[in-house]
Design a protein around this ligand. Structure first.
Ligand code: FE
Length: 222
């Protein structure tokens, strides 16, 4: 979604918007003209969901769990409280559960009914998360789904699928990559991708870090 208030009269660009974005922009313009909304407030909300309530929150939770065994233990027992202690609080009634990957078990989250997702730690869900093929195949053929994401796990690794609901939302704590003993929480967080916390990926290895490598946006996000 674009919110390009610096060029509100640039109708040539408006014509390039996809129909949904064009409708959102038209609606926003009408509401603004009627004095019902303040564009700055809309921008603040979008900014919040794109940058403050994004997967970086979850990445910090994971990095702290990797670095601090007591926090990891708390996260395993009461994820809602442990996550809230870092300042990430959800809407009322939203409870979090953290599921930890191990060499034996890989966790994958889905919402088979609709699109329940841990917004407070992962931000806005990717489009594929809400798509019927992901929602059905994650349960029927999780190994095949992971392969589509380029993740091939050993046959001996069990895959556990967790079905999110409006009341209980899951996040995956991926395994800490090798050769990260010397990294502090801030650098560790850079290795934790959104997909690793959904379970459709794993944490990056330090060697994978480079410009633009941290938060890869693929065609699947469009
Ligand atoms: Fe849902």
């Amino acid at each position: 979604m674009t919110h390009d208030h610096d060029h509100p009269h640039d109708h040539h660009h408006d014509n390039d918007l996809d129909p949904f974005a064009a409708r959102v922009k038209a609606l926003e313009t009408v509401l603004t003209q009627k004095g019902l909304i303040d564009p700055a407030a809309v921008d603040a909300i979008v900014e919040t969901y794109e940058h403050k309530v994004g997967p970086r929150n979850g990445a910090r939770v994971v990095a702290k769990a990797w670095s601090d065994p007591e926090f990891a233990d708390w996260l395993a027992r009461d994820a809602t409280a442990a996550i809230a202690s870092l300042g990430y609080t959800g809407r009322q009634g939203e409870h979090m559960q953290a599921v930890f990957n191990s060499p034996d078990t890989h966790n994958l989250i889905v919402c088979t009914l609709c699109s329940c997702y841990p917004w407070t730690v992962l931000g806005v869900p990717p489009v594929w998360y809400k798509a019927p093929p992901y929602r059905s195949q994650a349960v029927i053929n999780p190994r095949g789904v992971l392969a589509e994401f380029g993740l091939v796990l050993p046959e001996t690794t069990r895959i556990r699928v967790w079905d999110s609901t409006a009341e209980l939302r899951y996040m995956v704590v991926p395994m800490r990559p090798a050769e990260t003993e010397d990294l502090g929480e801030e650098d560790l967080a850079k290795l934790v991708t959104r997909d690793a916390m959904i379970g459709t990926g794993v944490a990056l290895r330090p060697g994978a870090l480079g410009p633009g490598a941290l938060w890869p946006v693929t065609g699947a996000d469009a």
